[in-house]
Write a protein that binds this ligand. Structure first.
Ligand SMILES: [Mg+2]
Length: 224
């Protein structure tokens, strides 16, 4: 029996070069609420769910967060990201990688902790139409990464067993989520995390960016 491999991709830092724009957008949102947090601390949290992000903020800033304040932060982040989005480009090889998978009849989906209000700009830059491709955003699941819900929902929409999927992501949150749903984790360095951290979080292979993954595709997927 031939077991087909399908791919579940994270979006920010994995297919599009948007991590730093998100970090700066969060920085601006936090500043507007008078919350002082260094840029590197924000970077470490990109890719996890907004709820956990706020919990970690609470822990690190000893600040008070009620629902209104969380909502104001989300709105301010979205507004700032909209201004920065023109700088967001696909990562090298991202478009070719998705094309190559499509041509080889290998199924793929995108699963992001972001909401559609920001993800839509990145999808546009990638040339991915969420009406025709399988795209799962934070809006569609109860818990985002490092919970596995986004990847489980994406596999479900593709109609493939999660055990036969490769989760490709740039952050430890992707790798932890992959581990928790028994998918194979493949890490990319294009979001700023290092090889050691990705491997410790469960990545079986680590590549530089989508172009590097494309040229080593035979290491992680059965030949079409
Ligand atoms: Mg990411």
């Amino acid at each position: 029996m031939r077991i087909e491999t399908s791919f579940l991709f994270d979006l920010d830092g994995t297919l599009v070069d948007s991590v730093y724009q998100h970090v700066l957008a969060w920085k601006e949102a936090l500043d507007s609420e008078g919350i002082d947090l260094s840029v590197w601390r924000i970077h470490r949290k990109i890719g996890m769910s907004g709820g956990l992000f706020v919990n970690q903020l609470l822990r690190e800033t000893h600040d008070q967060f009620n629902e209104d304040r969380v909502e104001r932060l989300r709105v301010a982040h979205t507004a700032a990201y909209q201004r920065l989005r023109s700088d967001v480009k696909p990562l090298p090889g991202a478009i070719s990688l998705l094309d190559a998978l499509t041509r080889a009849n290998i199924r793929w989906a995108i699963a992001t902790s972001g909401r559609m209000e920001t993800a839509k700009f990145n999808l546009e830059a990638l040339g991915v139409d969420p009406q025709t491709a399988v795209v799962v955003t934070r809006d569609q699941v109860k818990h985002a990464k490092p919970d596995p819900d986004l990847f489980l929902a994406a596999a479900d929409r593709l109609g493939v067993p999660i055990e036969h999927t490769v989760v490709v992501g740039d952050s430890v949150w992707d790798m932890l989520a992959a581990r928790r749903c028994r998918a194979l984790g493949v890490g990319l360095l294009s979001g700023g995390y290092g090889t050691d951290e990705l491997e410790k979080a469960g990545a079986l292979r680590v590549y530089e960016d989508p172009a590097d993954l494309l040229s080593h595709l035979d290491e992680v997927a059965a030949r079409p």
